[in-house]
Every structure is written in structure tokens, then in C-alpha cells.
Design a binder for this molecule. Sequence first.
Ligand SMILES: CC(C)(COP(=O)(O)OP(=O)(O)OC[C@H]1O[C@@H](n2cnc3c(N)ncnc32)[C@H](O)[C@@H]1OP(=O)(O)O)[C@@H](O)C(=O)NCCC(=O)NCCS
Length: 171
Amino acid sequence: MIRLAHADDLGLLQDIERAAGEAFRSLGMDQIADDEPLPVDELQTYVAAGRAWVYVDGLDFPVAYLLTDVVDGNAHVEQVSVHPEQAHQGFGRELLHAARIWARGHGMQRQTLSTFRDVPWNAPYYRRLGFEMLDAGSWGPELARLMEHEAELGLTRWPRVAMWRPVVPPR
Ligand SMILES: CC(C)(COP(=O)(O)OP(=O)(O)OC[C@H]1O[C@@H](n2cnc3c(N)ncnc32)[C@H](O)[C@@H]1OP(=O)(O)O)[C@@H](O)C(=O)NCCC(=O)NCCS
């Protein structure tokens, strides 16, 4: 089940992030695996804004989470992570759907994200969920700044792409 994240969840979200990041080692992307999760105070800002969702197990413990930012007026997925022991059950897809419903409720048009183009569980995964590549010429100013920041952090050692899907799915 999906619910909004609470302040009590935040340590677990960091654990999920570290565990989910391990998958990047298999592609030689140790820098990504070693990337520290967001600190608790930053996670708390998402909780306070009602833009952090968790997928919980039967004991109400988070096993996956998603954070959304508002970027150029669109719902931008800052992070989606599923604990590897709970992967391949559609939790990532359902969290992305929940954030899309939230965006619809807030009158937004697009759900956007940035991700690694060639990592099988990144851009190809999102493409299967209806996301399409967003050319640099179509980036709004905030998304452009965000992509620039990712380059400064060294993430573009591996090709990064921006993607989007409409908040209301096409019929
Ligand atoms: C990407 C992620 C959120 C997907 O969550 P999930 O709940 O496992 O995904 P779903 O169950 O909705 O979809 C599963 C599909 O994702 C893809 N996928 C997930 N993990 C994969 C992997 N290790 N290799 C290849 N494809 C993978 C497959 O298409 C898979 O389909 P399958 O289960 O039929 O094989 C999760 O794998 C994760 O947390 N990964 C590490 C962190 C990360 O990369 N986050 C995104 C940063 S932009």
C-alpha cells in the first residue's frame, strides 16, 4: 500500500536508497552506488510539503519511496527507489502513478525526471511506463539548471537524459 511518508520513516528511506544504489556497481558505476542519500533534514522538507510517498509492507514499514519536486511547474521525480528485496513487484510503477495522480490534482501537465540513458532499469524502464525523451531545447529554465547541476556533480560521466509523460495519460 502507498501512503505519504512520515518523519519517522526517514532513516528507513536512507537505508532503501543505499540498498537500491548497490545495483549500479554491476555496471561499474560505483560513484553512483557510493552516493549518499539525501540527509534527513532535506527529506523532511518533502514530508512537510506532502511530496514524499512510501510503499509499505504489511507492518507499515517502507520498502520503497518516491520524492517529487515542482520544476517549471511540472511534477519532477527527484528520486524513486525500491529495496532490492522487494523489486519487480510493480512498487516503482505504482509510486510513479501515485505521484502522477497528485500532479493531476495540482493542475500540472507533465511528470518529468532525469535519469541514466543506458542503465536498463532507468531510461528504458521509464520508457516502458510511457515516458519520452525531452530534448534540451524543450527544457524549461529550472530543468536546464537541474541538468547543469547534475553535470557539475559528475553524473554526466554516463549519459543523462530528461524524460516526461503527460499527467493525464493519452487514450
Ligand atoms: C528502478 C526501480 C525504481 C524500479 O522499481 P521496481 O518496483 O523494481 O519496478 P517495477 O516492479 O515497477 O518494474 C520492474 C521492471 O523494471 C525493470 N527493472 C527493474 N530492475 C531491473 C534491473 N535490475 N535490470 C533490468 N531491469 C530492471 C524491468 O523492466 C522490470 O520488469 P520485470 O520485473 O518484469 O523484470 C528500482 O529497480 C530501483 O530502485 N532501482 C535502483 C534505484 C534507481 O535506479 N532509481 C531510479 C533513479 S532515476
